[in-house]
Design a protein. Structure first.
Length: 265
């Protein structure tokens, strides 16, 4: 059944929630007025006001009408499609109406012949910052990370970008949908293209940073949770308790862009 789970309400406004439509049976999605209409054969139609929806996760069983898709995009609601295992396949988000300062910075950055190596180095620095922050949090919680574990995470995660997740695959889609939504709110695209045709998959990379931090910090709690539902609620709870992490990554990236563009002749 479609489910709405709490996202991040804004004081004074009705709370918006994530709409999860990753069902095992065919589902028709249409639009009427300012609402989505969800229909299944032999079942009553369910109505979901767009004003209450923060983001949508669905799979191949969701049969969207063009009107419903267009209305979601017009109202700034991103959609993420997942496969049968809950892994995100892709997303759709609203078109950027006008170029933003961020876009101008990034366009200049992607004109550099060596942009990829500079970007990889920035990601590596962010991964190191995440590891250091995780170790500090563990110390403050009275469970300090051993030097051996820190060195191993540094080798595997910081330098090789590898990390064994403790949360289930479906949790990846939940986290990815959150990142896509926040980028849409900030009028930032998921992917940008360099002068040589290479993509900079910003949504994927920011998701990777958030996903890694989540798994590093909540590893013991997630491992103790024996049900997928419980683990997914832990993901939502962690995101709610750390609302500044994604804005922090974006702010650091803006600074990186400005600095590198200034240094490039």
């Amino acid at each position: 059944m479609p489910t709405l789970r709490a996202a991040h309400p804004i004081i004074g406004d009705p709370p918006r929630k994530a709409l999860y439509l990753a069902t095992s049976t065919p589902l028709r999605i249409d639009a009427e007025g300012e609402s989505l209409l969800l229909r299944r054969s032999a079942q009553a139609t369910a109505r979901y006001p767009l004003a209450r929806i923060d983001r949508i996760v669905c799979n191949r069983h969701a049969d969207w009408s063009g009107n419903a898709l267009a209305l979601c995009l017009a109202r700034g609601i991103p959609l993420v499609w997942v496969d049968g295992h809950g892994t995100a396949l892709g997303s759709a988000g609203p078109r950027l109406a006008t170029a933003q300062p961020f876009d101008a910075l990034l366009d200049s950055y992607l004109e550099r012949p060596d942009w990829c190596s500079h970007y990889d180095n920035w990601l590596k620095r962010r991964r190191l910052d995440i590891l250091v922050l995780t170790a500090l949090r563990a110390t403050h919680a009275g469970q300090p990370m051993s030097q051996a574990d820190f060195d191993e995470y540094k080798r595997v995660y910081v330098y090789n970008a590898q990390l064994d997740p403790v949360f289930p695959e479906l949790a990846r889609a939940w986290c990815y949908a959150f990142v896509v939504k926040q980028l849409a709110v900030a009028a930032i695209a998921n992917t940008y293209w360099a002068y040589d045709g290479q993509p900079l998959n910003l949504a994927d990379d920011l998701f990777g940073l958030l996903w890694a931090e989540l798994n590093l910090e909540a590893a013991s709690i997630a491992a103790a949770a024996d049900q997928t539902r419980t683990q997914l609620l832990l993901v939502e709870s962690w995101i709610a308790r750390h609302p500044g992490r994604l804005p922090e990554h974006l702010a650091r990236f803006r600074r990186h862009l400005a600095h590198e563009n200034q240094q490039w002749p």
